[in-house]
Design a protein. Sequence first.
Lengths: 365, 37
Amino acid sequence: MRPQLKDIAWERVGDELRLVYDPRDQLVLSDPDGTVEKLLGLLGEGGRTVAELADELSLDVADVEGAVAAFDDVSLLEDGDRLGRLEPAAAERYLSNLAFFESFSTLGRSREDLQRRLRESHVLVLGTGGLNSNTIPHLAGLGVGKLTLLDRDTVDPRNFARQYLYRWDDIGARKVERAAEWVRAFDPAVEIEAIDADVEGPEQLHELVARTRPDVVASGIDRPNRIDLWVNEACVRNDVPFVRGGISVTTGTVWSVQPGVSACRACVPADPSNPSDFDDPDDPAIAGAIAATRLFVSKPQPNRGIGPVAGLLGAFGAFEVLRYLTGFEPPAYAGRPLSINFAHGCATSQDEWPRNPACPACGGR
Amino acid sequence: MASQPSLPGMRREVILVKIEIKRVENTRLTQLIHPDS
């Protein structure tokens, strides 16, 4: 390991050093005799082991180890041995990704490690309509190595409110084929499989997930009504996380399930319009909410996802997929649905689904 | 509000119905409602 300081500016202020990577989060270190500044200079040059740093500064190895650990705790360091492995063309292609990942890299995982995880990842994309036609470009741009796309529809004029993968000339064409073609044209390095099929039940989904072995499922199918429970069952059985997003009137929602860690979709009432799905349907607040939901679902609802709505939800979903694939931070919406209020400045809020020990899908494990 | 046509010789009658609307916010189950994608 050769600790390497990130691209960080510092200045001396009396006996202290002020370090800035992100201006909202400056770091102040005590350095009355200049030793820390010398160490920072050597770490900035990189290429030295801890023992070599200690030797050059005439310090104990343990002291330098402690300093390096302290710098790593505040994410100032990467391991030079874990950098410089990308081909120049790849480093150029992923320039902004790598710059983003630098903020989350440590001695144990470099920015290139995070990008490599994406290149080795596989996402199963269920549905290439409103939500996922906005997620797919983000996944391709991030450099996800393999995408398996599934859809059953043709391109229709009504899709053009929010589905920008498709062109007017595509009307009538199989949607999954056109989406796959878009990805191939965008970045030929992405391996792609297109499945032109309907989803018929949980067993079919289970077999699909078991066969394709994705790292994450991005679920953007909204019919039939039990589809979320089917995807949930298939993913929990296969121990594969999944991400789901959608819109109801003016509220957008994004949530994910991390099997074995978070609550799953079956831990909470499947049908919020059905009192028998609740333990406490007579609680006045719950009863009112159930009644409102029952009235709502009694009328046909058009898909109200305009372009900015689908774009935001697709981006939030892609961000959650990115968390699962790289681990740059923990999943943000696992069992904690994000709500976005499109009627009030896109204000966000989050709820928590309780884990249910009697859950038919995950058993609360 | 209902009104009868104002014809010659007829008394015009206007009935006003005062509507009071109470908004009951329901955010408890919204994330469970099957969303469109």
